[in-house]
Design a protein around this ligand. Structure first.
Ligand code: HEM
Length: 433
């Protein structure tokens, strides 16, 4: 739907029945059909209950499941009773790949130390610079192509851009000179990160890995991080690896952090970028965004601290509705009462972040901050996404490149990614409407 936004956001019976757009549901189903079913059904069965009691259910094969944002946040911020290094959490998976030192780095005193030291790695201010440096040329090319009436494959573009970001952040695939990475190198970096993330496919039921999964994951980590030792020793402090050294991270911590950045920040960012672009067109909300952009150009308004501009607002909404990290798992480390239920040590809980976030309503480019979800798409508590500022800057840079010229876009063709941990678009070809 490319037409008038008022018509696009008018409620229809179909719109009321579906938690999100038909295309978004297709993207979820193509990536992980079973998980798509869990997310949609979980939103109905494990969402907030009337009267404020949280929806929390036990599902055979999955453990405890919730799609209530308040319960989700309570779990993520309760570090006394929940952990991500026990079975059910992503740290448990990583410890098998990287070694037991991960346990401390991910959840113990080492994690606190790592977060305290790495706080300044991705700030709002340096995220914009990182994006400008790594993506400036490519995005200028895209603007030119759209203006010339050509089509652009945003699915492919997002993978190339994110691959470039990883190369520029981590110095992969090896020590680089000043040459910008080629498209093939960027895609190769992205694909290796994707393959590493795919190891976690199927971990919704158990985070124990088979020996062959551990072996192939170790080979991928070695391949992806082979530029890290050199970068850690020699890179200047204005590069991420140099900064890691300067803030006192050792080589193994830096290598662990580098692997984590690759897995956490590759598919998630690319997914949010192309799906947000598709949502803006599919819902007609691009017209609202274009109107707001034009108004901002005409008379710049003073915004209160933290109040988003038109693009930042659409980015937040894109993150909410796509929620690329659609579930977050935790292990229960000590018996605890949550939402009137008793969870026992050794059990696991799956927070359906996607379902909790989409329940706030359909995609609206100017939706105000929703206090119930806050920014649950980035998690909460001590593991809140380290790359949140970078992810927001990445999506914003793409939206600016696509819509700054003031012209609406149409979707020429699309293909959702099949069998992937994070749902997304293999291909999303757009052109001026
Ligand atoms: C749209 C893009 C992104 C989304 C939706 C996202 C989401 C998340 C979520 C939900 C978590 C918490 C996981 C948990 O509690 O188990 C997380 C953690 C993390 N993210 Fe992101 N992320 C994104 C992009 C990035 C980027 C670009 C980077 C860095 C380059 C990054 C680095 C990290 C790291 C290092 C952690 C682990 C933090 C910790 O355990 O202390 N993420 N992310």
């Amino acid at each position: 739907m490319n037409g008038d936004p008022t018509a696009a956001t008018a409620p229809t019976s179909r719109r009321h029945l579906l938690p999100t757009t038909r295309h978004e549901l297709q993207v979820l189903a193509a990536a992980r059909p079973a998980m798509a079913g869990i997310l949609v059904a979980g939103g109905v069965l494990a969402g907030p209950r009337p009267g404020g009691a949280g929806g929390l259910r036990q599902v055979p094969g999955l453990g405890w499941v919730t799609a209530d944002p308040t319960v989700g946040r309570q779990v993520l911020t309760d570090h006394q009773h929940f952990t991500l290094v026990a079975e059910g959490g992503v740290g448990h998976l990583w410890a098998q790949i990287l070694g037991d030192w991960v346990l401390d780095l991910f959840d113990g005193p080492g994690h606190h130390d790592l977060r305290a030291r790495s706080r300044e790695l991705f700030t709002e201010a340096n995220a914009a610079t990182l994006v400008g440096t790594a993506w400036g040329d490519e995005l200028a090319r895209v603007r030119g192509e759209l203006a010339a009436g050509e089509s652009v494959d945003v699915g492919h573009l997002a993978r190339v851009l994110v691959g470039r970001m990883m190369i520029s952040l981590l110095g992969i695939p090896g020590p680089r000179d000043a040459e910008p990475p080629s498209t093939a190198e960027a895609l190769a970096a992205f694909t290796t990160g994707e393959r590493l993330a795919a190891i976690a496919l199927g971990s919704a039921g158990s985070t124990y890995l088979a020996p062959e999964q551990v072996a192939s994951a170790r080979a991928l980590v070695a391949e992806l991080t082979r530029g890290v030792p050199d970068g850690w020793r020699h890179a200047s402090p204005d590069h991420l690896l140099g900064r890691c050294r300067e803030i006192g991270l050792g080589l193994s911590e830096t290598t662990g952090l580098a692997s984590l950045l690759l897995v956490a920040g590759t598919e998630t960012s690319a997914s949010a970028m192309s799906r947000t672009a598709a949502l803006l067109v599919d819902t007609g909300e691009q017209h609202r965004l274009l109107r707001r952009l034009a108004a901002e150009r005409e008379r710049p308004v003073e915004r209160a601290a933290g109040e988003p501009d038109a693009v930042e607002n659409a980015v937040r909404e894109g993150l909410r509705v796509t929620s690329p990290a659609s579930v977050i798992g935790r292990g229960v480390s000590a018996d605890v009462e949550v939402a009137g239920r008793t969870l026992r040590a050794g059990e696991r809980i799956l927070i359906l972040t996607w379902a909790a976030n989409v329940a706030a309503g359909p995609f609206r480019a100017d939706r105000p901050y929703a206090p119930q979800t806050r920014q649950l798409w980035f998690g909460a508590g001590r593991h809140l996404c380290l790359g949140a500022a970078l992810a927001r800057a990445e999506i914003a840079a793409l939206l600016h490149a696509l819509w700054d010229d003031g012209a609406p876009l149409r979707i020429v063709s699309r293909r959702a990614t099949r069998r992937a941990l994070v749902p997304g678009y293999d291909r999303l070809v757009v052109a001026r409407a």
